[in-house]
Write a protein that binds this ligand. Structure first.
Ligand SMILES: [Fe+2]
Ligand SMILES: [Fe+2]
Length: 272
């Protein structure tokens, strides 16, 4: 089995469950070492995300808002939004393994492990959607994550933007959602969503940490200081660190951020 050709086919697969099945088979082969890394052609530039035949894509401001989490409708909108992030993240992890070639084996181990986690996260949320008689594709989505991945075509920029900015933002955002839940009346589905979000939050730390490792690797390769991170984020997200944010200090530290970076993001001394 050829590594790059197989991942290309998985990335291009439009059917959600066929994609997941293909990935699982491939990952089994990969772990058995039954794979060749011959790069027979250049990595493709993808025009459209693989979910474009499953989900209606709209501009971010038109995506239905998550509002009342105690109602079925509110829970569907929330679960769908997170399931969509997880589904997008499967392709993002695979795209890193597919696009950045001839690196050491650890790079491919890392991003396939992340893809495998994202599959688990997606399936977990999808089963909760099914419990609410809904499915992936029922709610309009935006393609900001896909856009971010296709706009960053170097290892340095990709690692800065995808794991070290976008996934890391999730480490800050998830505890805020969980906090909101605590203030709401008891609800069985909300309990299940809470448990799922805890699992996701815990595992996402390792994704950001892998991103941090490979970002540092790319900095070294290009003879750059890790501070280049802020210039890259400013290039893609000029509003990114403009306002102070509530930072998940422990998770970010565990994932490799320095106190200097964390304090800069919080715009006050929260780490030190
Ligand atoms: Fe995830
Ligand atoms: Fe992730």
């Amino acid at each position: 089995m050829n590594f790059y050709n197989t991942i290309e086919a998985i990335l291009e697969e439009q059917s959600v469950h066929v994609k997941i099945e293909k990935f699982k088979q491939f990952y089994e082969e990969y772990k058995k070492n039954d794979i060749d890394f011959l790069s027979e052609s250049e990595a493709k530039y993808f025009e459209n995300p693989s979910y474009s035949s499953t989900c209606k894509i709209v501009p971010p401001q038109n995506v239905p808002k998550r509002s009342n989490f105690t109602t079925k409708e509110g829970q569907i909108v929330l679960l769908h939004a997170i399931a969509h992030i997880e589904y997008s993240a499967i392709d993002l992890a695979l795209d890193a393994a597919y696009r950045f070639r001839s690196l050491e084996r650890q790079f491919y181990d890392d991003w396939l492990e992340v893809a495998n986690d994202e599959v688990k996260h997606f399936l977990m949320l999808e089963s909760l959607l099914h419990e609410l008689d809904a499915k992936y594709g029922d709610v309009a989505v935006h393609d900001a994550l896909f856009e971010a991945s296709q706009r960053t075509q170097t290892l340095l920029e990709r690692m800065a933007v995808v794991p070290r900015y976008l996934e890391a933002n999730g480490l800050d955002a998830t505890p805020l959602i969980l906090k909101k839940f605590q203030k709401l009346p008891q609800n069985a589905m909300l309990d299940k969503i809470t448990k799922a979000l805890h699992v996701i939050l815990e595992e996402e730390v390792s994704h950001v940490k892998k991103g941090d490792y490979w970002f540092a690797f790319a900095c070294k390769q290009e003879g750059k200081d890790k501070d280049v991170y802020f210039a890259i984020i400013d290039k893609y997200y000029p509003q990114g660190f403009l306002r102070p944010r509530v930072v998940n200090t422990d998770a970010r530290k565990e994932a490799g951020f320095t106190c200097k970076e964390i304090n800069f993001m919080a715009q006050k001394q929260v780490c030190g």
